[in-house]
Design a protein around this ligand. Structure first.
Ligand SMILES: [Zn+2]
Ligand SMILES: [Zn+2]
Length: 255
């Protein structure tokens, strides 16, 4: 499994891009940075996008991507997500007001976009991976994902405050290789993290106490650009070598 960081921040500025992890060139976890990073040839290789939730920083490039696909793809790109997220994509994004409904473009029979609701806790198979959606804690309905291949399991938390269900599911998953865990604010802004369903270094540490890590590395992402230096300094001061703050364009290979 090869994971490329297309976007790993909780906001956008030059040099900072919103959340999107490209898995084996064909599948994205979240769609915050697709067209803002990839050339058309690489955009056309993406067959599936798994959304953790409907917040704008996680869906931003999905509508922009679909616009590029007409006449270029034989099969639709499938956007997967929990029912609540897909309802928002249907009613609030591809609603012919904010953006055209590319599920019937260029034709109803051969559209460039399709939606697929992912069941919760129940594995689906996609691109040779077993994928499970596990609910997490955030102001809108949100899930984390556990991706399993024959080389092992990689988990993505999505946006979340302190949670239990995801850790239970990860702990019960064999051959854990990596956890991508959100970290948004410095501990000095704990109150904001708490009300907005996010983590600080302080709550990252308390969350990790719920994890049976088994040597897996923890990749921290979703740092807010306006406070990123403070958050990074705080992570460094923890001196925990299994913590890694994601940077744009890094590629992690699990073999
Ligand atoms: Zn976010
Ligand atoms: Zn969010």
């Amino acid at each position: 499994m090869k994971i490329r960081v297309l976007g790993c921040h909780g906001g956008e500025l030059p040099g900072y891009r919103t959340t999107c992890f490209l898995v084996d060139q064909k599948l994205c976890v979240d769609g915050g940075s697709i067209t803002s990073v990839l050339q058309l040839d690489d955009v056309l290789k993406i067959d599936d996008i798994f959304l953790t939730h409907s917040h704008f920083d996680h869906i931003k490039d999905v509508p922009l991507m679909t616009d590029l696909l007409v006449g270029k793809r034989k099969t639709p790109v499938v956007v997967h997500g929990p029912a609540e997220t897909m309802e928002t994509m249907d009613k609030d994004v591809f609603n012919n007001r904010v953006w055209p409904d590319f599920r019937v473009i260029p034709t109803k029979e051969k559209p460039v976009l399709a939606f697929e609701t992912i069941p919760i806790h129940k594995p689906v198979t996609c691109q040779g991976l077993k994928i499970r959606a596990i609910p997490v804690q955030h102001p809108v309905y949100s899930v984390g994902y556990i991706l399993e291949s024959r080389v092992g399991a990689v988990a993505f938390s999505g946006d979340t405050g302190p949670t239990d269900e995801l850790w239970r599911a990860i702990n019960a998953t064999p051959n854990l290789r990596a956890v991508f865990l959100e970290l948004s604010f410095p501990t000095s802004m704990q109150w904001l993290a708490d009300v907005s369903g996010h983590l600080t270094p302080k709550t990252v540490i308390s969350e990790l106490q719920k994890l049976d890590r088994r040597g897996a590395k923890i990749y921290l992402y979703h740092l807010k650009p306006a406070v990123i230096d403070e958050v990074k300094a705080e992570v460094r001061s923890l001196k925990m070598d299994f913590l890694h703050v994601c940077e744009l364009e890094e590629v992690y290979t699990f073999i």
